[in-house]
Structure formats: structure tokens, C-alpha cells
Design a protein. Structure first.
Length: 153
């Protein structure tokens, strides 16, 4: 089963690939590794999802935003490498959560991203991961995620 077929079987649709919002490259490929710049969540209308977890959004809403980021990231990778079947595994994930100073469940928010990758790629979707809280993120988005993927030759 191709990854596109797997996404369809899971009822998942990749959103449009967002345009770079600054002076950077969305994906840099070095040897067999794809380094993906930070991705943020957009709603179904293409608007940024906004809010601080623990203040404006619940933990569950933060996890849902992280899930959206997973699909957005896959859209970005697909646009860069041509096919998601080139992904061998997810290597490393850095998840940044825009949250209040007393919020302590950063890993649970980032599970929205990680669980999505595991649903799609199985064990190859499990990555080394950091989940950290931030005092703010660009445009007041609840999560920003960057990742490294290993590619098939």
C-alpha cells in the first residue's frame, strides 16, 4: 500500500502546501536526510490556528493542532521530494508548544503529531522527540514542529 493509499484508508487528506513565510527553505535534503523547517497549524480555510495552550486552548485542542501540523508537514515534504513513499522513517522531532508558564503537558500535546506519524508509517513513524514549552510562537500559533526524515535512496 502506498502512503497516499494509507492516508486515504485512514480518512486523512493532506492540506495545501504552505508558502515559505520568510527567508528560509522549507526542506533541505542532505544525503538521505530531509530536514524540515518549522511548520505551524492552519484550519480548513487556510487560516492560522491561534492561541496559547492552557489559556486559550485546552491540551486536547493543542494536540489537535499538532495533528494538523503533521499533515501539513507531510504535504511540504511531498512537494519537495515528489512522493511520501520516499520516506523511510521519522528520525527526530522538535515540538514547541506556545503555553502558559504553569502548563506541564507538552508531551501530550505533541502526541497529536507523533500519533499521526505512527498511524501513517507504523513503527517507522516513532522518532526521537523533544517537546518544549515556549512563552510565545510566531503569530500566536499553539504549536510549531520541525522534523528530520530519513529517505529511501
Amino acid at each position: 500500500m502506498t502512503i497516499d493509499e494509507k492516508l486515504a484508508s485512514l480518512g486523512m487528506t493532506l492540506p495545501p502546501t504552505p508558502k515559505a513565510g520568510g527567508v528560509y527553505t522549507p526542506v533541505v535534503i542532505v544525503d538521505k536526510l530531509a530536514y524540515v523547517s518549522g511548520q505551524v497549524p492552519y484550519d480548513a480555510d487556510g487560516n492560522l490556528v491561534k492561541g496559547r495552550v492552557g489559556q486559550d486552548l485546552t491540551e486536547e485542542q493543542g494536540a489537535a493542532a499538532a495533528r494538523v501540523v503533521a499533515l501539513t508537514m507531510l504535504s511540504t515534504v511531498k512537494a519537495s521530494v515528489g512522493s511520501l513513499d520516499r520516506i523511510k522513517r521519522v528520525v527526530k522531532v522538535l515540538g514547541m508548544v506556545n503555553c502558559t508558564s504553569n502548563f506541564e503537558h507538552h508531551p501530550q500535546v505533541m502526541n497529536g503529531f507523533s500519533n499521526t506519524m505512527v498511524e501513517i508509517f507504523g513503527e517507522a513513524g516513532k522518532a526521537a522527540r523533544s517537546a518544549v514549552g515556549m512563552g510565545s510562537l510566531p503569530y500566536n500559533v499553539p504549536v510549531e514542529v520541525e522534523a528530520i526524515f530519513e529517505l529511501h535512496s
